[in-house]
Ligand binder design. Structure first.
Ligand SMILES: Nc1ncnc2c1ncn2[C@@H]1O[C@H](COP(=O)(O)OP(=O)(O)OP(=O)(O)O)[C@@H](O)[C@H]1O
Ligand SMILES: Nc1nc2c(c(=O)[nH]1)N=C(CO)CN2
Length: 173
């Protein structure tokens, strides 16, 4: 099944953190088939007083069921957090060096206590939509809503700046 993940980092070597998260996916049963450019983005949400984020999206192919894929994303977050804590002395409860969100998976919505698909914020966050549409301009939610139209409907905002080349797609594991 095809899916899309959103990646974000605002601590340390942000680009390195995103790339390492992508590189950890194949061992979790997640094949990465495309990766977007990286975007430097102003923080949105409840905590605005924090460093800017680097955001990107990847397209994946996986046989994992939705909750197992969420577990895989969490495992990558934990593994990277552990690696970085060893190297750079990051402590728990600080800003997280990596966030991996499950944005879209397959053609059907999914809802449980732990997981909502599509991701509830996928149509309202510019830092998600801009890299996501770079991968496929025709993307739609399972109910048929065009993500390009969702982006066009958002208020104008200069808080998303292309930062660098696409992340590298790791070999299938
Ligand atoms: N589509 C989804 N992708 C990732 N997590 C999800 C999704 N739907 C529900 N969740 C739940 O949201 C919980 C909190 O996610 P997370 O720790 O990434 O929060 P956050 O980064 O603070 O907020 P946000 O969800 O706005 O990025 C997860 O533990 C997970 O159970
Ligand atoms: N620009 C931007 N803002 C955020 C982000 C993020 O990835 N990018 N992630 C958050 C917590 O998940 C909260 N705010």
């Amino acid at each position: 099944m095809t899916g899309y993940l959103g990646l974000g980092s605002n601590v340390g070597d942000r680009r390195g953190n995103l790339q390492r998260a992508v590189d950890l996916l194949p061992a979790q049963g997640v094949t990465v088939t495309a990766a977007s450019s990286t975007y430097d983005t102003d923080p949105v949400g409840e905590v605005l007083d924090q460093p800017s984020f680097l955001n990107a999206c990847v397209r994946i192919e996986t046989d994992l069921a939705p909750e197992a894929l969420l577990d895989a994303c969490k495992a990558v977050e934990r593994e990277l957090g552990r690696i970085l804590a060893g190297e750079d002395g990051y402590v728990r409860h600080g800003p997280r060096p990596i966030d991996v969100d499950l944005l879209l998976l397959g053609d059907a919505p999914y809802r449980s206590e732990r997981l909502t698909l599509p991701h509830e914020q996928v149509t309202s966050r510019r830092f998600v939509l801009v890299p996501l549409l770079e991968l496929d301009l025709e993307l739609r939610t399972p109910d048929g809503a065009s993500l390009a139209q969702a982006l066009a409907a958002l208020p104008l905002d200069e808080g998303v700046r292309r930062e660098g080349a696409p992340l590298q797609v790791p070999p299938a594991g």
